[in-house]
Design a binder for this molecule. Structure first.
Ligand SMILES: CC(C)[C@H](C(=O)O)[C@@H](O)C(=O)O
Ligand code: SF4
Length: 417
């Protein structure tokens, strides 16, 4: 019987054929917790009588939302989590390595065919590695920490066939914003989005991560890119694993099949205050902005910084009227950008370059907006109040559009720079 890639992943974990709609208890291959959601998960683990975690090697703990600690309660959370890591022997790597999703991917902790959970909604990012990855609540995570397994209702899938080739300065972020605009913030609720087609096949891992990352912005349980040579190249560089075939059967049963072509796609912008409120950049060009944020688990990779630096070109400075905040998503990405001279260019041009963390993305740590201020951000959410005052406005775009806009102090079409 034919199956989607998601049904195959669940079937392999259950060792019997499983189709969408079934509720099954499955073992997870890895579990990620961070500084905001981790403490509650650890407490639930304790309340369940948990003494030892199911496997310290499969648990990834990271600090990213509030680092360095921006309040005494945040510092207390960090202490609590460090103590738990020591007690349990959770020693994957430095807790301050960077934004959780970037770190899980770059350390090879998610691989094709695996099931990975995390107490963060953008855990779906690891679908770029061909894993079924999804965000779960801290209570569920308490159970996972103890038992290494969780109940799932196996989701139906929507097949996205994305054809064409991107125009100059248009890419993965523009695609995923346009999909959010078309499908809507709740258009894929509890489904898996399967990304296929030429535009995806030709996309690098950074772009695939940007796409999978935002599956949740359409309500999806997961986003997944069937593994190909690009995926295996990335994963085998990071862990010892033999490539194998894993793809949906051509006659698999989908909830829906949708076709798109990126050839004529313009740079996209999500306008306040919803991610699915998406327009071509030309419709909002000229909107004055106070802050630009280039970073986050959506667009804080080396490739994103390179895209922004390319738009900056040989210009002396970003516009005086704009605060430009650049945050590489991890220490590894930071070092790559540093060694390539990108960080130097951003600092010369007037940007504030911060150490890897979530930064202003969630308005948690710093970079907050005052009432009436406007931000353009390469992150994934522009909800009211997300980056500070509820009377501020957040627009979302690609790194190229963000850099072009930072140069002129207003939303700018990067194709014109
Ligand atoms: C803090 C965390 C629970 C949250 C999430 O789950 O996504 C955050 O990362 C976000 O982006 O809003
Ligand atoms: S960078 Fe933003 S979206 Fe990503 S995990 Fe951090 S707060 Fe959430």
């Amino acid at each position: 019987m034919s199956a989607t890639i998601v049904e195959k992943i669940f079937s392999q974990h259950c060792k019997r054929p499983i189709r969408a709609g079934r509720v099954v208890m499955v073992p997870v291959d890895a579990a990620m917790i961070h500084d905001i959601t981790g403490p509650l998960a650890i407490r639930v683990f304790g309340e369940m009588g948990g003494e030892r975690v199911f496997d310290p090697e499969r648990i990834i703990m990271l600090f990213d939302h509030q680092v360095p600690a921006d309040s005494i309660p945040a510092a207390e959370n960090h202490v609590f989590m460090r103590r738990f890591a020591d007690e349990q022997g959770i020693r994957n790597y430095d807790l301050r390595e960077g934004v959780c999703h970037q770190v899980v991917m770059e350390k090879g902790k998610a691989a094709p065919g695996e099931i990975v959970v995390g107490t963060d909604s953008h855990t779906c990012t690891y679908g770029a590695a061909g894993a079924f990855a999804t965000g779960i609540g801290s209570t569920d995570m308490g159970f996972v920490l103890k038992f290494g397994a969780l109940y799932f209702r196996v989701p139906e899938s929507i097949l996205l066939e994305i054809d064409g080739t991107f125009g100059r300065r248009v890419g993965a972020k523009d695609l995923i914003l346009s999909l959010a605009g078309d499908i809507g913030a709740d258009g894929a609720t509890y489904m898996a989005l399967e990304f296929t087609g030429r535009a995806i096949r030709e996309m690098d891992m950074a772009g695939r991560m940007t796409c999978a990352n935002m599956a949740i912005e359409m309500g999806a349980k997961a986003g997944i890119v069937p593994p190909d040579a690009t995926t295996w190249g990335y994963v085998t560089e990071r862990r010892a694993i033999e490539p194998f075939d894993l793809a949906s059967d051509p006659d698999a049963s989908y909830r829906e099949r949708r076709h798109y072509d990126v050839t004529d796609l313009a740079p996209q912008v999500a306008v306040p205050h919803n991610v699915d409120n998406v327009v071509d950049v030309t419709e909002v060009a000229g909107t004055r902005i106070d802050q630009v944020f280039i970073g986050s688990c959506t667009n804080g990779r080396y490739e994103d910084l390179e895209e922004a630096a390319e738009v900056l070109g040989s210009a002396d400075r970003f516009a005086e009227s704009v605060r430009v905040i650049v945050i590489p998503a991890s220490r590894t990405e930071y070092l790559k950008a540093l060694r390539a001279g990108l960080i130097e260019r951003f600092v010369e041009a007037g940007a504030l370059v911060e150490a890897p963390c979530c930064g202003p993305c969630m308005g948690g740590a710093f970079g907050l907006l005052a009432p009436g201020e406007v931000s353009l951000s390469t992150s994934n959410r522009n909800f009211r109040g997300r980056q500070g005052s509820t009377a501020a406005s957040v627009y979302l775009s690609s790194p190229a559009t963000a850099a072009a806009s930072a140069l002129y102090g207003e939303i700018t079409d990067p194709r014109e720079v």
